[in-house]
Design a protein around this ligand. Structure first.
Ligand code: CMC
Length: 391
């Protein structure tokens, strides 16, 4: 074989050609299919963005209605899935449960596995877009001891998610437009981010022609980690910890800079953004608005702003080009909406779902080869086998 170049963490290795998301980390630019993230977050809704990411064009009114209708038809999961959910302890982390249930959907929908034609892909795609919010809501409700139910087909996609999550037994559920808008925006901002850890996972698992749901379940597991999507939970726990410790942000800044201390400033830094994360800019503004509109006063918002302004003037962070990322302020909004901290990364997964799907579909349509990186072997040379009695 030829010379193999090692690139740990694939910091400088392109794995594919893609026409979905454009990102310029130096300039802080993010576009889905050519549309600026700022425009989409402001003017589109999440389902429109999902359609755009997956199929490449903004939908017409008719296309969007058909897409939504097809999704609604698939918005039930086999009732036996509840038995699986029953077997998990209430203490289980929702991301582990969600990954398991997503994998389990493969067993209940075997026709979603061998999909080669665009038509079969479409069927698998609307299935998962319909069923995933049910799994998200059930995962949360089960933990809270609330009854499990299905959605309300008269509602919009995001409205339906909220109602499935929050409807209390024996109470009418009233949608709050502030919360609907905020969730729409958050989901759009999380919807795709080119070849990040979870997306690369989805593509590589899918490249073996494992089914869509199995590929997505692998993506959910990748997203779970605190260096990736799990950062939103970690940020909130960090901010809450700082608050309980008297709100001394300087102390934690010092810890973050101390190389002998494993503490990192969660929600700071990014592999690609070296100037600012455009998503963080939008989310910071939204956090102020949503908390204001909901009349929520949360002391950790001030702690977050304090940390940000200190970091932006600190040589350590400036030298390393570390800026707040998408996860720094998102948790504060989720918390104001009444979403439990352990569910934050699940909300990220709900938002990232169309991106994962779009990337999987692109990979399959482009007939990409199976993903199979190389290595440079650094282990033992040939050794004589010794019988167990001689070791
Ligand atoms: N706090 C303190 N120091 C940091 C931080 C941080 N949050 N992030 C990076 N550094 C330092 C790091 O120690 C290293 O310093 P040195 O050059 O002295 O060794 C330098 O900055 C470069 O960091 P790196 O870890 O080599 O960079 P990376 O591209 O491998 O990692 C990252 C990127 C996002 C994993 C990292 O910045 C990090 O761990 N951030 C905190 C976790 C986080 O917020 N993750 C969410 C990322 S955005 C959304 C998502 O992907 O889900």
């Amino acid at each position: 074989g030829g010379v193999i170049t090692i690139d740990p963490g694939y910091k400088n290795t392109g794995s594919c050609q893609s026409g979905i998301t454009f990102l310029d980390g130096e300039k802080g630019v993010l576009r889905y299919r050519g549309y600026a993230i700022e425009d989409l977050a402001e003017k589109a809704d999440f389902l429109e963005v999902a359609y755009l990411l997956i199929f490449g064009e903004l939908p017409t009114k008719e296309q969007l209605e058909k897409f939504h209708k097809d999704i609604k038809k698939e918005s039930v999961v086999d009732d036996d899935v509840k038995k699986i959910l029953d077997a998990f302890p209430k203490s289980a982390h929702p991301m582990g449960v969600l990954a398991s249930l997503t994998n389990a959907l493969t067993a209940f929908n075997p026709s979603s596995v061998n999909v080669d034609s665009e038509e079969d892909m479409y069927k698998a795609i609307v299935k998962i877009l319909g069923k995933f919010p049910v799994l998200v809501a059930w995962t949360m409700r089960k933990k809270q001891g609330l009854p499990l139910d299905y959605g309300d087909s008269s509602l919009g996609y995001v409205e339906n998610v909220l109602k499935m999550m929050f409807k209390q037994p024996n109470e009418a559920y009233t949608l709050n437009p502030i919360v609907v808008n905020a969730l729409d925006k958050l989901l759009i901002l999380h919807a795709d981010h080119e070849q990040n850890c979870s997306t690369s996972t989805v593509r590589i698992v899918g490249s073996s022609h494992a089914g869509l749901f199995a590929s997505l379940a692998a993506g959910i597991s990748a997203l779970w980690g605190p260096l990736h999507g799990g950062a939103n939970q970690a940020v909130l726990e960090m901010l809450e910890g700082i608050r309980q410790d008297g709100g001394d942000t300087k102390k934690y800044m010092a810890k973050a800079k101390d190389k002998s201390d494993p503490f990192r400033l969660m929600g700071f830094g990014h592999r690609v953004y070296k100037n600012f994360d455009p998503r963080a800019t939008i989310i910071k503004k939204a956090a102020d608005e949503v908390l204001g509109d909901l009349g929520v006063e949360d002391p950790i918002l001030d702690i977050a702003k304090g940390l940000e302004s200190e970091a932006l003037e600190d040589k350590y962070f400036v030298d390393r080009k570390l800026y707040p990322n998408v996860d720094f302020y998102s948790g504060i909004i989720y918390r104001a909406m009444g979403i439990p901290t352990e569910m934050f990364t699940v909300m990220f997964a709900l938002g990232r779902l169309p991106g994962w799907i779009a990337q999987w579909r692109e990979m399959r349509l482009r007939k990409e080869p199976i993903g199979r990186p190389r290595q440079v072997y650094i282990g033992e040379n040939h050794r004589e086998f010794k019988n167990i009695s001689n070791r």
